[in-house]
Design a protein. Sequence first.
Length: 394
Amino acid sequence: MNTKKTLAFLQNFDVLLVIYLLVIAAASAAEYLKGAKVFNQIEYTHYNNFVIFKHSFYNLIQGKNLYSAYPDLFWDYFKYSPAFALLFAPFALLPDLPGLILWNLLNGLTLFFAVRSLPHLSDKQKTMILWFVLLELLTSVQNAQSNGLMAALVLFTFSALENKREIRAGLLLALSVFIKIFGGVALLLAFFYPRRRKFIGWFAVWSLVLAFLPLPVTGASQLAALYKSWLALLSGDHNVSLGISMLGWLQSWFGWAVSKYAVVLAGGIMLLLSFLRKNRFDDSGYRLLLLASLLIWMVIFNHKAESPTYIIAMVGIAIWYFTQPKQTANRILLWLAFIFVSLSPTDLFPAPLRREWVYPYVLKAVPAILIWFRIQGQLFFENNHNQYPTRINE
């Protein structure tokens, strides 16, 4: 097969879609067929997160506390909103195997179409992004996590705002927040657009709708109690983990037991400063670069970041790299990200290296941290991001 035909094949969206479908379905079935694993001397499935989400729906309609421990059913806690528990109904009502496959397909395919929806990118750039993040998406799928969907909702929000669809953008962002609260960071995208008040207003409206969505099932007092329990769980959870994050890196490399709030505040200030260069907002390249920064920030400053969370950061890394001029330094950073973020959790990476270096020194976080600082430098000090600016009209 000649090079041109090979490239045409690899850059065909239909081919990529079939590959995404097959990879996600096969990975889901493989996790289901693994059988039981033992944790704290109790047997659980290898798709424990799906089991948590499934039982959250039944616990909701049965009037139980979503945020209590249920060790006879699953390990860990349900940490999402009551609305998420209700919206999980289509998957919860199915037997585990089809439910698991469809849940993972929702996560993977929404990301696929979200990347396709991105404006200002060529089809070649979009297919390169999709190929680059596929292995990291597989890690998230194997854990039945919601992170592919989280990344997709942020991308769809950006695309909707670029196309002046503020009502849709508000809904998409609200959905991300009611999956994982840190999705709310993407509200900063409002800075880009003249009709930001409309976007923020609709975000508030949709947030209220989602907040009260379980009301017919729970009643007012039960719903209030659920939100109280949810906030208490998240508050307690904040104190017991550093995650594969900036916090984990600072402690493992330098022994710095820095305040979580101080680190997040410092990172938040750096991110906010990026949005002060209003004279660059008409530059579509600048907006894409800030989108990439935001996606990476959501992970590296998240004290609960786990290996499957990094699909969000890798989408940001891919958007950054494939929208930049070719530079040796950028290429090195990209390869470091692929090796330590995507390859290190897999069996392709030597197990002794994982045990002795990758896990103790949170090496999965390091390339993402380096790239984030690289992006911040570009945002602060570089002016020409896109030779042909795309202006935002009133």
